[in-house]
Design a protein around this ligand. Structure first.
Ligand SMILES: [Zn+2]
Ligand SMILES: [Zn+2]
Ligand SMILES: [Zn+2]
Length: 749
């Protein structure tokens, strides 16, 4: 089709969930003709505005996408549209043309000056207007059943709100255009990564596609660029990488505007700053991080106190925040504690593979499995694909497990999984644990003379020469000399009391994992993509299969933890988040999903026997308790069974540990507090059998464990995170049969 204006009405469902863009009209205008089309759009907008005011229940509110539209000029011509959202973004496609709008608006468009060439298509089929929704709902439903068979679930987005908007986009056949548009933006970013406008484009596009987490990340990068060039602090306290970010951004903007005037560039940057904030706030609203959204709104309003759009989004964020807080308060009655405060602040998104990301990045190939076994280096067990079939070299082998290489006796140690990929909520400067393996460095577990201090700095100490050289020739080399104290800070969160897991653990673990990875690729001089490196490649994320029209459970998401902190970490480590194709927000979030599915968390308390020594800095955590989180890189391959043949023991959690529980494979004693996991055979295991542990403690729920008060039933519910209808063990199979029989009996009259 020809160059045309695309109008799409989006009824806003304020009472269900705020639509991210808060627009009841989205106008996509290819605007190939430069000035001419700007004028034309202005005409159409004026007419539309008048018409919409008469016909819509809500105040008209427009979103405009247009490639070359000059925002300021458009705003001038259409003053009365203020406070409508006017944002110019790129479409750049010639044949995209669909008009979806109510009959009356459509008519006024036709009668509007300069729009005779409008192509009208499918308007009869999908006519939605705010006032006519009810009348047309039956027609829409019949269309739906036909169209929904073709819904591409992977493109429904991570945003749990306003999913209908994305379904509508697909039904209307707009998805491919949006995907194309997104690709164009990525191309633009590759070309001029320091032009904040591209990041704003990406934010808007990802918002429309429903991937508000990626939208927030794009807005975040836009903000970093703009703030750096305007000389404002952007939350990274002086960490600027690349170091000439200010110049790079200003150059990109002045080249785009063909001007050398600093005043014009500054003006442009200021207007971009406003749009960028607006995109960020909408993204945070759509991710459900209302509290963080309010913090960002406060910052934005301190610069643009009178901006109506910002004020409106701020109000929405506030309403949503209080609504959630009140409902939590009502449920909790008198027990409103830190964990509930945290729940008022956490965002929620769907865990999804980003459909535009190369799927092969998540593949675990036969070559990777060989590498994993070289790493494991065991005579007792091996890592193998669970599904037996011929595996092609470049293909994903599917889920992995650990299998016995020989007959194993009851009680035998089968796997002692030491790991340096661990972290704690206690600052390393406390010097009460080994920075590498997390063994306790307190008496009586170790003599003060045995503690090893590295030559490079005084920030960390180790339990042994071995740990010291592992660290200083590896991950610590990457981290040494940089200030990481902020990842132990609270960042506006209530202090963790152990009731709620401290969400910063993800950030700390991410830092350690990235450092291990960077040290490895630096020493091997390879450029392997993080997701294909054995460190991250070995971990799988627990994606639920797409199941539209049912949606998976949402997962915790924070702007600070998932976007702000990782970006800051990468910039501190000298990774350029604007240009490095390895460290996109999609990759970072994928790593977060993987960590979440594979991390072990244990509360330990080994410090009660000794007071902190006088020459070590004061302990931040005076209770002596810490939460150790670790990725045990081999243990993570052990699958679950309710009839496990392996028992395991993590970091010892109390001062009273029988050494015989800490015995390693060669009878060496594992130091208390270490993040090592020790696995033993619970029974005789035959060669070739899969080694399995229980993910749910005592699988039958017969012991008195407070965490599992619901007994077997609660354990089964927990298991459903990984398995639908049980784990496949004989207990689960029997239970599933009973459930089936009960259901059959019920359905009989
Ligand atoms: Zn150690
Ligand atoms: Zn050092
Ligand atoms: Zn089971």
């Amino acid at each position: 089709m020809t160059d045309s204006i695309i109008i799409e009405t989006q009824p806003v469902e304020h009472d269900i969930a705020p639509s991210p863009a808060s627009a009841n009209l989205v106008i996509v205008a290819p605007a190939k003709n430069g000035h001419g089309s700007t004028k034309r759009i202005a005409h159409v907008l004026s007419a539309l505005y008048d018409d919409a005011q008469e016909n819509l229940d809500d105040e008209p509110n427009f979103t405009i996408w247009s490639k070359e539209t000059n925002l300021d000029r458009l705003q001038d011509t259409t003053m009365k549209l203020d406070p409508c959202r006017l944002s110019t973004t790129s479409d750049g496609k010639d044949d995209s043309s669909l008009i979806l709008c109510s009959g009356s608006i459509q008519n006024s468009m036709k009668s509007c000056d300069g729009v005779e060439e409008l192509a009208v298509d499918q308007a009869e089929n999908i006519v939605i207007s705010a006032s006519e929704t009810e009348v047309n709902s039956s027609t829409i439903e019949t269309d739906m059943s036909q169209a929904d068979k073709n819904i591409r679930q992977e493109w429904l987005g991570t945003t749990p709100f306003a999913i209908e908007d994305r379904i509508d986009i697909q039904r209307a056949g707009h998805l491919d255009d949006l995907i194309y548009y997104q690709q164009t933006i990525y191309d633009n970013i590759r070309e001029t990564p320091y032009d904040p406008a591209h990041w704003i484009d990406l934010c808007q596009c990802c918002l429309t596609l429903g991937f508000a987490d990626i939208a927030a990340a794009a807005a975040h990068k836009g903000l970093i660029l703009i703030k750096a060039s305007l000389g404002r602090d952007y939350g990274c306290e002086g960490i600027v990488y690349p170091s000439n970010l200010k110049i790079l951004t200003k150059t990109a903007v002045s080249e785009k505007l063909h001007t050398h005037s600093p005043a014009i560039v500054e003006e442009e940057l200021k207007s971009l700053l406003l749009i960028c904030y607006s995109g960020l706030l909408s993204s945070l609203l759509a991710c459900g991080t209302f509290w963080e959204g309010l913090r960002a709104a406060k910052e934005a309003l301190s610069i643009f106190p009178m901006d109506m759009d910002l004020l409106e989004t701020r109000d929405m964020l506030r309403d949503c925040f209080y609504e959630r807080q009140n409902s939590l308060k009502a449920k909790a009655a008198d027990n409103f504690d830190e964990s509930l405060t945290l729940m008022t602040r956490v965002g929620k998104i769907y865990q999804m593979q980003y459909p535009w990301m190369d799927r092969r990045l998540n593949d675990r190939t036969p070559a990777l499995v060989r590498e994993l076994n070289d790493n494991l280096n065991s005579q007792i067990c091996e890592i193998k694909p669970i599904i037996l079939r011929p595996h092609r070299e470049s293909f994903d082998v599917g889920p992995l497990g650990i299998f016995a290489l020989r007959d194993i006796e009851e009680g035998e140690s089968v796997l002692v999984d030491k790991c340096i990929t661990n972290t704690t909520d206690l600052h390393p400067k406390a010097q009460t644990y080994c920075d590498a393996c997390h063994s306790s460095l307190l008496a009586p577990y170790i003599l003060p003379t045995q503690i090893v201090r590295p030559e490079c700095c005084e920030d960390v100490v180790f339990c042994s020469q071995d740990c010291c050289s592992t660290a200083t020739s590896g991950y610590h080399r990457v981290l040494c000399g940089k200030d990481w104290s902020w990842i132990y800070g609270r960042n506006g969160r209530p202090k963790s009391t152990g009731l709620a897991p401290d969400p910063m653990w993800r950030v700390r673990l991410f830092l350690r994992m990235v450092a291990v990875y960077l040290a490895d690729i630096q020493s091997t001089k390879t450029k392997v993509h993080p997701l294909q490196h054995s460190l991250f490649g070995r971990m799988s994320a627990n994606y639920s299969p797409p199941s539209y029209p049912d949606f998976p459970l949402t997962r915790d998401w924070y702007y600070y933890e998932n976007i702000g902190a990782p970006t800051r970490i990468l910039m501190t480590l000298g990774i350029n988040p604007f240009t490095d194709p390895h460290w996109t927000p999609e990759v970072i979030q994928t790593i977060f999903w993987k960590m979440e599915n594979n991390a072990n968390m244990s509360k330990i308390n080994l410090s009660t026997t000794t007071p902190p020594s006088s020459n070590s800095p004061q302990r931040e955590n005076s209770t002596g308790e810490e939460i150790v989180t670790s990725i045990n890189t081999n243990y993570l391959f052990l699958n679950h069974s309710c009839e496990p043949n392996i028992s395991w023991r993590g970091p010892s959690s109390t001062p009273f540990v029988s050494t015989d529980l800490l015995e390693g494979i060669n009878s060496e004693i594992i130091k208390p507090g270490s993040a090592t996991i020790i696995c033993r055979a619970r029974q005789k295991i035959k060669k070739g059998e899969e080694l399995k542990i229980s993910y749910i403690g005592d699988p039958m729920g017969t012991s008195n464990n407070k965490q599992w008060e619901g007994g077997r039933q609660e354990r089964r519910r927990w298991l459903s995170k990984w398995f639908e209808g049980g784990c496949g063990c004989s207990i689960c199979t029997k239970e599933a049969e009973e459930v089936k029989a009960m259901a059959a009996a019920k359905s009989k009259p």
